[in-house]
Design a binder for this molecule. Structure first.
Ligand code: 13P
Ligand code: SF4
Length: 303
């Protein structure tokens, strides 16, 4: 069995040798984040993949992130270290659901959270991430929006864009959905001076207590900039670990017990090493799907 340091060195060496661009999401294990060329929220990951000059891109994240990178850089080889790392929320909506909603609301445009399959993106009008959803919804030329799949992000946006009518799909993230208002009130009671930063994939009852509601990158940025010495975090537990390491002078608390995305944890250093060594697992998508999905993703990246 390879030692941790040995594995890390091999990953760094393979990255150099193959001129690979390794992009990691903030929820993958810290040891994977530490060897990446950039650690990103979903929006920055898509932007970096679109601009990449390297012929080989490795996405340390869940499947929809790898698909988005391939859609935005179709001529590049895009690899996923753990192809079985899916996103349950992305699986909650199908292209047929979108087509049915379109038939029911023919005047509406379809806005699709990037946490969705390429096939769903292909039948949508525009994609968004949590950091770009408000801006994109406001700018969309229409009076009605069908929002898929996340009902929590959808209702957060709908409340702040009252000039438009929203039709929400009923998907959700099982990890963020587990955080309850009781968890937040308990944590606030235990740490009354703490500020609270929360991801909009949490339910309305949780999000309404946020001093900052934002994407993973926005939560980290807020924690770095706030003068507060105590910060409550309402998102996946790797963010809590990252902040504790980065800001030892501040007290960082997760809300409730540990909230883990099990799929993101499948992206281990060993999996990344094997991925770079064997150039597996390649993201491949049908040509017509890729082209159609690209239109929706391009609009997001260029918004
Ligand atoms: P971010 O865009 O905030 O990184 O969110 C991605 C995600 O999957 C959150 O659960
Ligand atoms: Fe999907 Fe939730 Fe995991 Fe994000 S945290 S990848 S939305 S399951």
């Amino acid at each position: 069995m390879e030692s941790f340091d040995g594995l890390r060195e091999k990953v760094l060496e393979l990255k150099r040798e193959k001129n690979a661009l390794v992009l990691a999401h903030y929820y993958v294990p810290l040891e994977v984040q530490d060897v990446a060329d950039a650690v990103c929220d979903s929006f920055a990951m898509a932007q970096k993949a679109a601009k990449a000059e390297n012929g080989l891109i490795v996405i340390c994240g869940v499947r929809f992130m790898g698909e988005s990178a391939k859609i935005l850089s179709p001529d590049k080889t895009v690899l996923l270290p753990s192809p079985d790392a899916g996103c349950p929320m992305a699986d909650m909506v199908t292209p047929e659901d979108v087509l049915r909603l379109r038939a029911e609301h023919p005047k509406a445009k379809v806005m699709c959270y990037v946490n969705s399959s390429a096939a769903v993106k292909a039948v949508s009008d525009v994609c968004c991430t949590s950091s770009s959803a408000l801006r994109i919804a406001k700018g969309l030329e229409c009076d009605e929006i069908i929002f898929v799949p996340d009902k929590h992000l959808g209702s957060y946006v709908a409340e702040r864009v009252p000039e438009k009518k929203f039709w929400l799909h009923d998907g959700f993230c099982p990890t963020h959905h587990r955080i309850t208002e009781a968890d937040v009130l308990r944590a606030k009671g235990a740490h009354p001076d703490a500020v609270f930063a929360v991801h909009p994939e949490c339910g309305e009852d949780v999000v309404k207590h946020g001093d900052l509601v934002g994407s993973t990158a926005e939560i980290l940025d807020f924690a770095r900039r706030t003068p507060a010495g105590e910060i409550l975090i309402g998102t996946e537990s790797e963010i809590v670990e990252r902040l504790r390491r980065e800001l030892p002078e501040k007290r960082i608390y997760g809300v409730g017990s540990s909230f883990v995305c099990p799929n993101m944890k499948k992206v281990t250093l060993q999996a990344l090493y094997e991925c770079l060594r064997d150039e597996k697992y390649k993201v491949e998508l049908p040509e017509d799907e890729l082209r159609a999905a690209r239109e929706s993703l391009d609009k997001m990246v260029n918004s």
